[in-house]
Design a protein around this ligand. Structure first.
Ligand code: PLP
Length: 349
């Protein structure tokens, strides 16, 4: 099926939510209250054990895999595939002919591998040299073929594109670029579930955050969250997109008014170390009235240490939102009722 290629982002988040509700390993992730910097209270959405995969990315690729299998099934049978039918034997017969390929800094690949495994399809994940060996092991444990491709994330993205072109496998990226947008929008549609879980929690407790810190690599998570918050949260917070100084491509794109590459050294915030923005994510963020913050490598490490001490074991990538909050605290906490929200986006590697 040919999908349109546009920069709009109009997710059908109810469809994603319905899909996950039908999955055995889905549960609303915990919303914790931490005693944050300066004794301020902080909401922390704890994604460190999402669906047993250790990161929020478990909500992206598995959902996109399900949609792609649904497309293949529809083409073959004319039948709309319901989530409940996804793992039935006749559907698996179709899915097992499919291979999903991607580049990953770790977590997206785990989502692709887990999604493929669930339906009986194959996956092949390209990892740059800089991706920790632990991720390669976890990927293989999910049944993926792992290929080491190049020195940095960009190299692995290029390798995955060539792989899919040459092998006929389906490229399931989380980033977007001209001519390739539709499938990553489904990945982002899956992430929207996080914002919806939060909306339900805040509607119930009435304690809406005043500031939401969203760490970004290519920008898929930040854009999905920002879109949903602006769409249907009844109390509107300030939104801050957080990137490593070494890879601040969304900030650079915002400042330039055009999607802009941002070169820099390797970052210890490995999953945020993306030098090219997702063009769909960047455009969505432009519509959401967000501001930007960048972190040094030291900021990232200090944040991981602080959040881990507060009881949620995580990494510099997982704690980056908290790091930005610490950095901005003297300016932003001045008003009364200050109540920030951060997303702890992964557990320890
Ligand atoms: C733990 C973690 N946090 C944040 C991000 C950033 O997500 P995105 O690349 O969609 O901006 C990633 C991406 O891989 C991640 O793995």
């Amino acid at each position: 099926m040919k999908h349109p290629d546009t920069l709009d982002f109009e997710p059908d988040f109810m469809r994603a939510a319905a899909f996950f509700r039908s999955q055995k390993n889905y549960a609303v992730s915990p919303l914790r209250r931490l005693q944050g910097p300066g004794a301020y209270s902080v909401w922390a959405k704890d994604e460190t054990d999402r669906m047993g995969l250790g990161a929020f990315k478990a909500l992206g690729a598995p959902y996109a895999v399900a949609r792609l299998v649904g497309d293949a099934w529809f083409e073959k049978t004319g039948e709309i595939l319901t989530p409940a039918r996804l793992t039935d034997a006749d559907v698996r017969e179709v899915a097992k002919t499919q291979t999903f390929v991607c580049a990953s800094a770790g977590n997206h690949g785990l989502g692709v591998a887990a999604g493929a495994r669930l339906v009986g399809a194959k996956s092949r994940i390209h990892l740059a040299r800089t991706v920790p060996v632990g991720f390669a092991d976890r990927l293989r444990a999910q049944g993926a073929e792992v290929v080491r491709s190049g020195d940095v994330y960009d190299d692995s993205v290029a390798a995955a594109i060539v792989d899919a072109d040459q092998s006929g496998a389906t490229l399931l990226a989380d980033g977007t670029w001209p001519g390739y947008t539709e499938i990553p929008k489904w990945v982002m549609e899956g992430y929207c579930v996080i914002a919806e879980e939060l909306r339900v929690a805040f509607e119930a407790n009435g304690q809406w955050p005043t500031h939401v810190y969203l760490q970004a690599g290519v920008g898929g998570l930040a854009a999905a969250m920002a879109h949903m918050i602006r769409l249907n949260w009844s109390v509107q917070p300030k939104l801050i997109v957080v990137e490593p100084e070494a890879a601040a491509c969304l900030k650079a794109s915002h400042e330039a008014g055009v999607a802009t590459r941002s070169d820099g050294p390797d970052s210890n915030m490995g999953r945020l170390d993306c030098k090219e923005p997702s063009i769909v994510a960047w455009q969505a963020l432009e519509r959401c009235n967000v501001t930007y913050e960048t972190l040094t490598e030291e900021d990232g490490m200090a944040a991981a240490e602080a959040v881990t001490k507060l009881g949620i074991a995580t990494t510099p990538s997982g704690a980056a939102g908290f790091g930005a909050l610490c950095k901005q605290l003297p300016q932003v906490a001045a008003g009364s009722g200050f109540l920030p929200l951060v997303i702890i986006s992964e557990g320890p590697a």
